[in-house]
Design a protein around this ligand. Sequence first.
Ligand SMILES: *Cc1c(COP(=O)(O)O)cnc(C)c1O
Length: 400
Amino acid sequence: MPVEPFCSLPDAGGHFGPYGGRFVPETLVSALDELEAEYEKARNDPAFRKEFSGLLADFCGRATPLYFAERLTAQLGGARIYLKREDLLHTGAHKINNAVGQAILCRRMGKKRVIAETGAGQHGVATATVAARFGLECVVYMGAVDMKRQALNVARMEFLGAEVVPVTAGQATLKEAVNEAMRDWVTNVHSTHYILGTAYGAHPYPMMVRDFHRIIGDEARRQILQREERLPDLLIACVGGGSNAIGLFYPFLSDENVRMVGVEAGGEGIVKGRHAARFQGGRLGVLQGARTWLLADEDGQIEPTHSVSAGLDYAAVGPEHCHLRDLGRVQYDYATDDEALAAFRTLAEVEGIIPALESAHAVAHAIKVVPEMRSEDIVIVNLSGRGDKDVAQAAEMLLV
Ligand SMILES: *Cc1c(COP(=O)(O)O)cnc(C)c1O
């Protein structure tokens, strides 16, 4: 299959087909232009690439293992399951890949202050971590509801020297935190870089964040070829904004026989307001910088969302995923809260690995489809993060 049309996007305006673009207030356009120009320079600069890969190796702990889940495979009795162990990275999830890349860019642009939004707190922790490592002032916006759900991550950010600002507007979760971060950026754009945490937002973020995470798929591709001497049949990843999924998928897009499934948060089922599965009952709209698929009513009002995992609890999805879905290159399904919690338990009991509740959605999908596959088939599940942050919440729901 030719590299086009999958890997040549976005276009110069940041469009993935009809999605993406740059829908921001006038005051941010020059900052986005500056970021885009700096990123273009950096990606072609061997010094940048050397520093980035050096930090990924020695600070973050790459390459992460591709682990054969022998007992889960035996229990399910179908395809061979491999786990891409992003949970073993420094700070506990894939998000550090992107945070490191953006921190280097920030220093190159001469900015001394970074801001970020966070849902589960993983991106906040990753940002606070690189801010400490690079000596940058750091402010993290977090919904007050999420701060309660993820108290451990709030404490981590504070120990790392970040200021965590509670956001109480609306549902007091991720969407409101993004609004506050954008407000801060508009006000402090000359001194501040916004480390956006997923493959979302205005151009160049979706492209840049994807590129910083493609290391996941580059490694997985190399590792599976080494181990099995062939490509996998199926890739599975959970989709919040879509960064861990696009990071795994991207290097395989031109491999015709590799199927891919992105798993959204089905919450309590596909009932308005009770889930965060944008491709189930969503529509086309514009939110926080991008034209994309989102959960909104006929008037464009964003609907409330719900998921047991704060990291998937967001009303919009990264624009590249919408395009890949239109092209039929990636399929999107969902797992409910109950299915994710069951998968959380299963992986802990059978493999000795406690996954993040986000990642448990991908595991839940594997548990559903693997028994129907042939024993010679190969599946790679992206284990985007570890479950330490979720243990208290899961205990409340499962152990009483
Ligand atoms: C934030 C997070 C996600 C969701 O974000 P994506 O950008 O969709 O990857 C998934 N898993 C973990 C562990 C996370 O922390």
